[in-house]
Structures are given as structure tokens and as C-alpha cells.
Design a protein around this ligand. Structure first.
Ligand code: HEC
Ligand code: HEC
Length: 375
């Protein structure tokens, strides 16, 4: 599949940014609040909408300007302009909804990816090369039943908790972050407090990008070059994702972080073995979407988490890889964190992590929207 270049999302201008700060306090900013010409993907938050755009890009293997006018790269409002592939994509949304309704009882089983598989035009002929090569392991996006009996969930989690060592009451981390297809290293600061508060700040050249979870509520503040809205409350699966990321910073609580735990399979990726566990977030009631956790059977440490966010068109996975575990006040802490999602990747490398029991509560308050850059 071709790379989707997020650099196309660098913009000089924002629209309607200021007017939205008020919404951001209490509820997420919805599509209807800001976007100009959305005909199908309504009734969802702008964050979920942007996830759906990432899903379109990943499914067709193309970047945003495959379906949007080139000039939209400098002006969010121009994403509302017509483009032949955008028109085609709308017809495809109607087709997919129609097929799911007519043939699958309205269940969303057919998505853009089912046919496109990361290509502009779905293939017509089976590939002999693919047929006779080792298939890649598919990431399970449903709860798996009937996994192996050994090891048990408790064995894996107890080994992990023991491997991590002394629970940290909180920490402050400093380092750098590098984006996908972007060589610039940006300073990063992380503030975290047990059991599940976290604020992750990237100082980008366009302004701060801040992800905060205060134990109940979460927010995303990002420069106008990055998102059509600069500050919004998180909701739904995205709020759950923020809760999970915050809780995973404090492994001693891990058993309570998820429910319906199960061991799903032993896996080998590259030349490394893993034990893979699944659970669902303990705060969601429907228990549909799994969280997959990969543990290194040798060290017992967590090496990867994969979680999903629902969108009207399909699921958006977010994969987090944890590496370079080092000792901080008797606890093993991953110093390298790589996050991969449908249209981007970031690599964070900490240079310094300090245990800290008294991180200021103000660190987890709703962040401030970054100032709008002048054109
Ligand atoms: C395969 C085609 C396709 C790709 C790729 C795509 N989009 Fe879209 N985009 C659409 C369609 C279709 C709509 C209108 C959806 C509707 O009417 O419900 C849309 C609407 C939008 C809107 C709303 C504009 C408005 O104000 O009405 C924004 C913003 C947007 N896209 C951003 C992006 C970004 C950023 C990317 C790259 C990550 C992207 N899109 C990739 C097809 C695409
Ligand atoms: C049932 C299979 C199927 C599904 C599902 C599907 N497509 Fe397609 N799509 C096709 C086929 C086949 C073509 C090529 C048609 C042709 O060659 O004229 C196509 C063409 C396109 C094109 C135009 C490509 C071009 O070069 O003309 C776009 C854009 C597109 N699809 C977007 C989407 C999006 C977005 C979704 C999900 C909402 C989606 N498709 C779901 C089968 C599918």
C-alpha cells in the first residue's frame, strides 16, 4: 500500500476556530458545528469525522488531495469544495450503506477497505504471489473466544506487574517526538499521576499539541495547521482511548483497567515471540471493541497495545509500541513510544523521566487552544 502523506495536512490558515472554544468545554465539537458540506457522515464529532477521513485515505492508499482540491492544503474551508473523487466517494458511501442494509441486516460488515485494500481501484484478479506467500497476521478487531489454556491471564499480568517493579505514584518525562515523513524533532513533555491522569504535550513549530485526560474527561488541543478545530472535548471511543493510554502508564492497576480478559494467542512477529491478551475497556458497557495487548514472554513487559475507535464507515485502529525500558526509581518505564494510526505515526523518545508524587493538578485541567497562526 502506498504511504499516505500527512504532510498534506499542513495548513497556514484556520477557520471558525475562535468561535468554537465555548463548545469545547462541555461537549465535543460536532460535524454540524463546523463543517460546510457534509451529507452522509453527520451526527458525529469532528474527531470521529477526521478518523473517517483517515480511514478513506488508508483504504484507497492515497492522501487527502486524492479526493480534495489541492488548495485545501492551506485552508480547511476548501475541503468543502467538490472534486470528482469526492463525488465518487460519496456514491461509494451510499453503495456500502445500501449493501450492508440489503444483504447484511444493517450490520457494518462491508467497508471501503473490504474491496480497496489500500488501492485506488479494487483488484480484479487474485494475486498468485500473495496466494503463495506467508499471510500477515491479521490484528483481531473482535473479541476472540477459545484461546489457549496456558498461560492464564493472571500469570501473564502478574509477571508483567512484577517485571515493572515498584509502582510509581506519578512522573514527569521530557524528550522529543518525530512525526511520520517529518525529520523535525519536537520537544515533548509528559505529566502523569496514578492511577490514570496524563497530559502529553508536543511543542510543534505551529503551536502546542496537547492530549489531556484528568481521570474522567479528556481533551485534544492542536494547532490549526493540524485539525479544523483547535480544542475539543473527547467523547466515545476516543475518550476511552485517552483513559486507556493514561491507565497503561501505571501498570500495577492493569487488571482493573480492562474487563473480560482472555489470552488469545501466542504470536511471532518478525523474529520475536509474544503472548497476546485481549480485554475490553471497563467503562464501556457494550463490550464490542477489544483492546489487544502484546507481552514479551521473556521479560514479561508490555510491548504493544492496539485499540479501536468506531466511525460510521469502519474501525480506526491505534497501535502503540513500547520499547527501550529503563529503570526509574525502581520501576521499568518505556522510554520509546511509537504510536501508529491510519494516517500518521509519531515516535517519542524520552531522555529523562523523573518519578514525582506531587504533579500539580492544574497539569490535567482542560488545555488552552493554541493561538491561531497569522497567514
Ligand atoms: C476517498 C476520498 C477521500 C479522501 C482520501 C479524503 N476525503 Fe475528506 N471527504 C471525502 C468525502 C466524500 C467528504 C464528504 C462526506 C459527506 O458528504 O458525508 C469529505 C469531507 C471532508 C471534510 C469536510 C469539509 C466540509 O467543510 O464540508 C474535511 C475537513 C475533509 N474531508 C478532510 C479530509 C482530510 C484531512 C483528509 C486526509 C486525511 C481527507 N479528507 C481524505 C472524501 C475523502
Ligand atoms: C464492493 C466493493 C467496493 C467497496 C466496498 C468500495 N468500493 Fe470504491 N470502488 C470499487 C470499484 C470496483 C471501483 C472502480 C470502479 C471503476 O473502475 O470504474 C471503485 C472506485 C472508487 C473510487 C474512484 C477511483 C477511480 O480511480 O475512479 C473512489 C474514490 C472510491 N472507490 C472510494 C471508495 C470509498 C471511500 C469507499 C467506502 C465508503 C469505497 N470506495 C468502497 C469498489 C468498492
Amino acid at each position: 500500500m502506498q504511504a499516505v502523506a500527512p504532510s498534506n495536512r499542513l495548513f497556514a490558515l484556520a477557520f471558525v476556530v475562535g468561535a468554537l472554544a465555548a463548545h469545547a468545554q462541555s461537549r465535543p465539537v460536532m460535524v454540524e458545528d463546523v463543517l460546510k458540506d457534509v451529507r452522509f457522515l453527520k451526527g458525529i464529532s469532528v474527531n470521529e469525522f477526521m478518523d473517517t477521513m483517515g480511514f478513506f485515505s488508508a483504504s484507497t492508499g492515497r492522501s487527502c488531495n486524492y479526493c480534495h482540491v489541492e488548495e485545501a492544503g492551506g485552508n480547511w474551508a476548501l475541503y468543502a469544495s467538490d472534486h470528482p473523487n469526492k463525488t465518487k466517494a460519496r456514491a461509494m458511501i451510499a453503495m456500502v450503506n445500501g449493501i450492508n442494509k440489503q444483504y447484511f441486516g444493517g450490520r457494518r460488515v462491508l467497508t471501503c477497505y473490504s474491496c480497496h485494500r489500500g488501492g485506488e481501484r479494487p483488484l480484479v484478479t487474485p494475486s498468485l504471489t500473495e496466494l503463495y506467500s506467508t499471510p500477515a497476521i491479521a490484528e483481531p478487531d473482535k473479541l476472540v473466544t477459545g484461546g489457549p489454556e496456558s498461560p492464564t491471564v493472571d500469570q501473564v499480568l502478574d509477571k508483567y506487574i512484577k517485571a515493572v517493579g515498584t509502582p510509581l505514584p506519578g512522573f514527569i518525562a521530557n524528550g522529543t517526538q518525530q512525526g511520520y515523513a517529518n525529520a523535525t524533532k519536537m520537544p515533548v513533555e509528559v505529566f502523569a499521576k496514578a492511577p490514570n491522569q496524563r497530559s502529553f504535550i508536543v511543542h510543534t513549530p505551529e503551536g502546542d499539541s496537547t492530549n489531556t485526560f484528568d481521570g474522567r474527561n479528556g481533551w485534544l488541543a492542536a494547532p490549526a495547521t493540524d485539525r479544523p478545530i483547535t480544542l475539543t472535548a473527547l467523547a466515545g471511543d476516543q475518550l476511552e482511548g485517552a483513559r486507556l493510554d493514561a491507565a497503561l502508564a501505571f501498570p500495577s492497576q492493569i487488571k482493573q483497567t480492562l474487563k473480560q480478559w482472555r489470552v488469545i494467542f501466542p504470536a511471532t512477529i518478525g523474529d520475536q515471540d509474544f503472548t497476546v491478551l485481549q480485554g475490553v475497556m471497563s467503562t464501556t458497557t457494550d463490550g464490542r471493541l477489544p483492546v489487544n495487548l502484546y507481552f514479551d514472554p521473556e521479560t514479561g513487559l508490555l510491548t504493544r497495545s492496539v485499540r479501536y475507535a468506531d466511525s460510521p464507515i469502519g474501525l480506526s485502529p491505534t497501535q502503540t509500541d513500547y520499547a527501550d525500558y529503563r529503570d526509574v526509581a525502581g520501576a521499568k518505564v518505556p522510554f520509546k513510544i511509537t504510536v501508529t494510526w491510519l494516517d500518521g505515526r509519531s515516535v517519542t523518545q524520552f531522555t529523562d523521566v523523573q518519578a514525582n508524587a506531587a504533579v500539580d493538578a492544574a497539569r490535567f485541567a482542560r488545555p488552552v487552544a493554541p493561538a491561531v497562526a497569522k497567514p
